[in-house]
Design a protein around this ligand. Sequence first.
Ligand code: XIL
Length: 363
Amino acid sequence: MKLRSFIALTLVMLATLIVIGCSRPPTAVEPTQLATESGETLRSLAAKQDMFIGSAVRPRALSDEPLYREVLAREFNIVMAEHVMKFAPLHPEREVYEFRDSDTTVEFAKEHDMQVIGHVLTWFHALPRWLREGDFTREELMGILREHINTVVGRYRGQIYAWDVVNEPLEADGALRETLWYKGIGPEYIDLALRWTKQADPDTLLYINDYGEGLNSKSDSFYNLAKSLVERGTPLDAVGFQAHIGFLSAKDAAEVAENMKRYADLGLEVFITEMDVPITMFKGTREEQLAAQAQMYEDFLNVCIEAPNCDTFLMWGFTDRHSWLTGFTGGKSPLIFDEAYHPKPAYHAMMAELKQHVGSGAE
Ligand code: XIL
């Protein structure tokens, strides 16, 4: 090749490389930057001790962001829909069900050999207008709830590890929350929903879920509710502790450990279901805030690992790019990966915590 054509070709190649380099989205991260040197992940370390470690998911991010999919599948072995399995999105009109987004979530999990938690069958929030504004008799409301449970739980029968059957059944003071279901059916809506879910999928685990999981009057009420359900023979396998630290939930991991113990005596599992920790709850420089956040994640994970009745730990998202707190309370940077999917100190603290237990053979 003549020198001149060689130089021309080299220039064209260089220009092409520069154009490719510049056209990348600004927050893109090379996947190679993400892998830990050892190749270990939260998922691989959790699996070694028969634990489920997971995150809430958003179908839009799943479909639009390759890195969201990549990190989710690599780091977690269980997922829960953040919004799309709630009553309103699933059942927007009395005769209409909309399963597309929840199907996407369940299919993604299946493809990547992950478990799914169903969230949620009864809650005071995310109810469709036809239900909120309808004037239904007790019998009609029972019929609506039973039909909803049969349809939704039936559709995913055999594919859901556990169902959150009753979400946030209590008010802040520990009284039963006066939800649409409570007002229309009575307190027995809780027993009925659990029984109907069991009938629709006998092999899924059933749990009730709330916040306030330290030692206080609300957590006593939650315990008493679970105890009375067990004593009545209502099907119940677990309770969920949301762990929205710094917003609604306990901040003291030792109290949470103490609270977990009494559920073991009832024969119930405890799941950590929605952990997040905004750094804005801590004082100091950003580095100090990130370190305090890491410690909080590590402490709560430690509580779960150490307890004989906790093997399921989920966070309310995994990347600061997608968190409900940002819009809702303004809480900043609450998750374990930053907005560009780089692991934060909290991620490394959780890895270290899991490694320590694999190393010591504690299971
Ligand atoms: C929140 C979601 O994150 C939001 O996207 C949604 O709009 C409102 O609900 N406790 C729960 C979750 O059980 O379902 C809530 O999720 C957060 C508090």
